[in-house]
Design a binder for this molecule. Structure first.
Ligand code: CTP
Length: 379
């Protein structure tokens, strides 16, 4: 298979964070995979790494100044905007994030960004106090809503010795996101895909509910990739803290019953249905109208089964139906059984006790079990 980065024109923006030196390795990795890279630095970034380093590695001159001393200025930001097929800002400071979110342009990089319509990702790196500032957070949300991929920073020791969230994401991850953006596959053009995601919540009384640890990340990621590959995507999601993936129709629900109704509404005409939601299997028989007050030493809740949406949908035989199996023991056996009993085309089996898999993390380790008996491990 051809590397998605081969011969792609990537503009790497480097801004003024100490993590700028790590962008050097990103350029190397992109070049090794055959990409053509132009680096644009902000003047602040040049305090951390010299342009010469980037130009030696990229084999192209590095642009910094909007108005160079030789008076040759003018159209460079527009030339670059036409040239770039993918844009990555590594590292991205609070300053460039603020400029991008608000459409400001006062140097070459920010002016270029305003003129460029290519897919974009950015990898923030800053002190955790800056990162959690409401202004920075609001700017990031805005950029995600506009379709910019934010490569979330990691938790760890920061340059100033403090520990917190804000460290530049792992290099492999950054390169992977850039490669994803460069992926030209449009094999889902004209297809319709329905994805369910997140937990459901089942009320006990007006202030309490039963739910589970699903964060929704898996379903949202699937929806985003299906969209990027050309599909028209509907995402039916229980409560999560995730922003809506750009270009995806997001339908928010709370209970299993609401999810069931929305799924039925959107089912006709779907080419693939991917049920990643962690739907409650039981709900309180009756939600109390008023808050339950504590009285006795023990309290018993009577629960009843919810409807299994996946099995109901299976009876309608959509062209492709995928279910998920989250297990803690004897998982493969349960997952294989689910495939047969629920008449699925594929089960994604996920052992949540393994490190790097499970809830609220950005990685997963799964086995894909196909209808024809094939099993694929995705480490
Ligand atoms: N599912 C569903 N509706 C439900 C419950 C589950 O659509 N009421 C779907 C989930 O989205 C997932 C799959 O079914 O794709 C999970 O299968 P299931 O057998 O329900 O797994 P568990 O909920 O873990 O139940 P069990 O205790 O049987 O393992």
């Amino acid at each position: 298979m051809v590397d998605s980065l081969a011969e792609r024109r990537i503009l790497l923006g480097v801004t003024g964070s100490i993590a700028a030196y790590k962008a050097v390795e990103v350029v190397r990795a992109l070049k090794q995979r055959g990409a053509d890279v132009i680096v644009v630095m902000t003047p602040a970034a040049t305090h951390f790494v010299g342009p010469m380093t980037f130009s030696a590695l990229s084999g192209r001159s590095v642009a910094v100044e909007q108005f160079p001393a030789d008076g040759q200025a003018g159209e460079e930001h527009l030339d670059l905007a036409r040239w770039a097929e993918i844009v990555a800002i590594v590292p991205a400071t609070a300053d460039i994030i603020g400029k991008m979110a608000n459409g400001l342009a006062d140097d070459l990089l920010s002016t270029f960004l305003l003129a460029c319509e290519a897919p974009c990702c950015l990898a923030p790196a800053m002190n955790f106090r800056m990162l959690r500032h409401p202004a920075v957070q609001a700017n990031l949300v805005r950029l995600v809503e506009r379709g910019c991929r934010v490569i979330e920073p990691e938790y760890g020791r920061l340059a100033d010795g403090e520990v917190g969230e804000g460290r530049l994401a792992d290099l492999d991850r950054i390169v992977q996101v850039i490669a994803d953006l460069a992926d030209r596959r449009h094999d889902l053009d004209g297809r319709r895909v329905l994805v369910t995601a997140g937990p459901t919540v089942e009320p006990i009384d007006p202030v309490r509910f039963i739910s589970n640890r699903s964060s929704g990340k898996m379903g949202y990621a699937i929806a985003e990739v299906a969209r990027r590959r050309g599909a028209e995507v509907t995402l039916i999601s229980g409560p999560t803290h995730l922003p809506a993936p750009a270009g995806v129709t997001l339908v928010r629900v709370r209970t299993a019953e609401e999810m069931r109704q929305r799924v039925w509404e959107h089912l006709p005409g779907q080419d693939a249905v991917i049920m990643a939601a962690a739907v409650a299997d039981y709900r309180p028989q009756q939600a109390a109208v008023q808050k339950i007050k504590k009285r006795e030493a023990a309290l018993t809740l009577d629960l009843e089964r919810t409807t299994d949406i996946l099995s109901e949908v299976a009876a309608r035989r959509p062209p492709v139906l995928v279910g998920f199996a989250v297990e803690t023991h004897d998982g493969l056996a349960y997952a294989r059984k689910k495939l047969v009993e629920k008449h699925l085309d594929m089960v994604v089996y996920n052992d949540v006790t393994v490190e790097g898999a499970g809830f609220e993390v950005d990685t997963n380790i799964v086995t894909l079990i196909h209808r024809d008996g094939r099993e694929e491990d995705l480490p």
